[in-house]
Design a protein around this ligand. Structure first.
Ligand code: OAD
Length: 229
């Protein structure tokens, strides 16, 4: 029998137990910062130093964090299913855990890009990207992040993966941000849907979905038991 196709759609919640704050939980990042000050393309044009510093701090946290049991559990599933991870996270914890096939819808904090051509991408050494560090085209290097107000270039690829899924698993996302959250409407009708999240309400998921209302590190055990049954 050919391997089934498993697509896992992750958000900030999967990295919460690694010590990286989510956005919309109480004490989440968006309680202490305004999206329009630090995470929009207009914010970058208005105050580059502030935005750069915000992401430098995020990078520091990510570099100090380690993958948790949930990230590692998804790697194990690769031997049983043809697995793709579509993540909204900008951290690299899926890769550091060993996942091979990861689509970063909202960019990657460990990389920079030219501010006039986002296809010119460079690794960042250490936590700090400084003002005055320039791309070869002479523009200021910026964090390789998809900000509000920008296109999501990998969305088409994510939609195709999603449509082909036999099993779709949502982990740790509030499903509030579009177009990413549209993936739930791109599933084929035979796809089996699971979600792991301690706070998500069932009503936000398509009918027939199985919600495992637990933290990611605990919920993955329940998920694996269900998938391998
Ligand atoms: P949110 O902060 O909106 O949602 C986090 C979700 O994780 C919530 O549903 C929580 O219930 C859940 N959660 C919290 N702790 C958890 C745990 N230990 N295990 C599992 N789930 C847990 O984060 P996202 O949905 O990822 O984009 O946010 C989407 C996008 O909004 C981000 O990629 C970012 C943000 O603005 C940009 O900045 C472009």
């Amino acid at each position: 029998m050919p391997m089934k196709k498993l697509v896992i759609f992750t958000g900030a919640g999967i990295s919460a137990e690694s010590g990286i704050k989510t956005f919309r939980d109480s004490d989440g990042l968006w309680e202490n910062y305004k999206i329009e000050d630090v995470a929009t393309i207009d914010a970058w044009h208005k105050n580059m130093s502030l935005v750069q510093e915000f992401y430098n701090q995020r990078r520091k946290t990510v570099l100090a964090a380690k993958p948790n049991k949930a990230h590692y559990a998804l790697v194990e599933l690769e031997s049983k299913f043809k697995t793709t991870i579509i993540t909204q996270n900008i951290d690299d914890l899926h890769e550091r855990a060993g996942s091979k096939n990861v689509i970063h819808l909202h960019g990657q904090i460990t990389k920079s890009c030219s501010s006039i051509n986002k296809n010119e991408i460079f690794p960042i050494k250490g936590w700090e990207l400084k003002m005055g560090e320039l791309a070869p085209d002479g523009s200021q290097l910026r964090p390789f992040i998809v900000w509000f107000g920008e296109d999501v270039p990998l969305m088409d690829k994510a939609i195709i993966e999603t449509y082909l899924a036999d099993i779709f698993v949502v982990i740790g996302t509030s499903l509030q941000v579009y177009p990413a959250a549209n993936l739930l409407y791109k599933l084929n009708k035979n796809c089996k849907i699971y979600a792991i999240d301690p706070h998500l309400e069932e009503g936000i998921l398509p009918e027939g979905s199985t919600l495992i209302k637990k933290k990611a590190t605990v919920g993955v055990d329940v998920l694996i038991e269900k998938l391998l049954k």
